[in-house]
Write a protein that binds this ligand. Structure first.
Ligand code: GLU
Length: 448
């Protein structure tokens, strides 16, 4: 049987065995479709069933999370941890708290994480977890009670050498603090390296907060450099207004670009003077309010309710930093027609397959999330390294390390794409480079 036929058979089995998990199917397709040249060149990957094995999580944990709200009413949420692949290191990946969370979403995120973590060059496997709990509108005490209940089950599955969770959508410094406190109490161990994204007083690392956003802009900068261009004077749109978006905006501004729009799930704001980051940080990190409030502080700005920013506000640089499938094919075509030169994905899988096709066929720079947003998890691995050494590095040194990692990932993507006959294709480069390291390690470990 030819390679394509064997791959199609594998994909249809995956679709059948994981019915209804559409985001997981999408993530698998994106990887499998782009690594075909590697499967042809290395027949052992198909012969040893590496694809079938890598698409099947090593372990999936689903658990009940009961907690009591402020009115004394009992709430029941569902918790997940998918320990996807530990070939190259302990499972590593964030926790997402969002009402849309289900097994298919966690599996897509965990699957992406395997190859992203491999690309960083660090010894971290892939995993992801979370809950359908919605932190929006909850009091701090409710969030604490939820996190304590969640960790009461999760703690038996994780450990600094086993599985190391961190944040993702809905899980930031506050949640990591409550989760760490409960882990420490249950395990009776001060195991700083069991979680990353910690506060600076208890083992957190400088630059971890900024790392995903900064990293995706460093990646964009490298793509532009490869074309003899820079961010200087470029008009940018960043979607979202959470942790990734905030530090992407900051780094674009530091490198001379101007971000004129950002968003949240209620709509987007446009400020032609450049987004004022202090206002966004106050609204989102301190007051936990909607982005529409931005115009109260900046009357020259406009708020557009209920709309997605993509294709509506022309820009040269696009950094989708909100969530999966936020850009569809039609929006991508409009972005290209409006002069977009580069897309750097701060979010995981923000462009749907038609959008990716539109960017690539237009020949613009397109960096998939597993390369462009790898700086977050890479800096988590640096946090683990500092915890293991009971050390803490300076901001400047840590940022230098992050930058070097992003430069290396960029170069790895380009050289791998070239080697496999797809010059300039960052999707092919990222997927093949990320996959090969994991696949070769799985072969070295034997059939386990
Ligand atoms: N949630 C982040 C990601 O998608 C970070 C994971 C981590 O630091 O472990 O990569």
């Amino acid at each position: 049987m030819g390679v394509q036929k064997r791959v199609d058979a594998i994909l249809s089995t995956i679709a059948r065995r994981n019915a209804g998990e559409s985001e997981f199917h999408q993530a698998v397709h994106e990887v499998v479709d782009s690594i075909a040249p590697a499967l042809v060149k290395h027949p052992e990957y198909l012969d040893l069933k590496i694809l079938e094995r890598v698409c099947e999580p090593e372990r999936q944990i689903i658990f009940r999370v009961p907690w009591e709200d402020d009115r004394g009413e009992i709430q029941v949420n569902r918790g997940f941890r998918v320990e996807f692949n530990s070939a190259i290191g302990p499972y590593k990946g964030g926790l997402r708290f969002h009402p849309s969370v289900n097994l298919g979403i966690i599996k897509f995120l965990g699957f992406e994480q395997i190859f992203k973590n491999s690309l960083t060059g660090q010894a971290i496997g892939g995993g992801k977890g979370g809950s359908d709990f919605d932190p929006k509108g909850k009091s701090d005490r409710e969030v604490m009670r939820f996190c304590q209940s969640f960790m009461t089950e999760l703690f038996r599955h994780i450990g600094e050498q086993t599985d190391v969770p961190a944040g993702d959508i809905g899980v930031g410094g506050r949640e990591i603090g409550y989760l760490f406190g409960q882990y420490k109490r249950l395990a009776n161990r001060y195991e700083a390296g069991v979680l990353t994204g910690k506060g600076l007083t208890y083992g957190g690392a400088l630059v971890r907060t900024e790392a995903t956003g900064y990293g995706c802009v460093f990646f964009a900068d490298e793509m532009l450099k490869a074309k003899g261009d820079t961010l200087e004077g470029k008009r940018a749109v960043v979607s979202g207004s959470g942790n990734v978006a905030i530090y992407a905006i900051q780094k674009i501004h530091q490198l001379g670009g101007k971000v004129i729009a950002c968003s949240d799930s209620s709509g987007y704001i446009v400020d032609e003077n450049g987004i004022n980051l202090e206002t966004v940080k106050r609204l989102k990190e301190v007051e936990r309010k909607r982005i529409s409030e931005y115009v109260t502080a900046h009357p020259g700005a406009t708020f557009v309710a209920g709309r997605n920013v993509w294709g509506e506000v022309p820009c040269q640089i696009a950094a989708p930093c909100a969530t999966q499938n936020e850009i569809n094919g039609e929006q991508a075509a409009k972005m290209v027609a409006n002069g977009c030169l580069l897309v750097t994905e701060g979010a995981n899988m923000p462009s749907n397959p038609e959008a990716i096709e539109a960017f690539q066929s237009a020949g613009i720079c397109y960096a998939p999330g597993k390369a462009a947003n790898a700086g977050g998890v890479a800096t988590s691995a640096l946090e683990m390294q500092q915890n293991a050494a009971r050390d803490s590095w300076t901001f400047d040194y840590s940022e230098q390390r992050l930058k070097q990692i992003m430069v290396n990932i960029h170069n790895t993507c380009l050289t791998t794409a070239e080697e496999y006959g797809a010059p300039g294709n960052y999707v092919v480069g990222a997927n093949i480079a990320g996959f090969r390291k994991v696949a070769d390690t799985m072969i070295a470990h034997g059939l386990i």
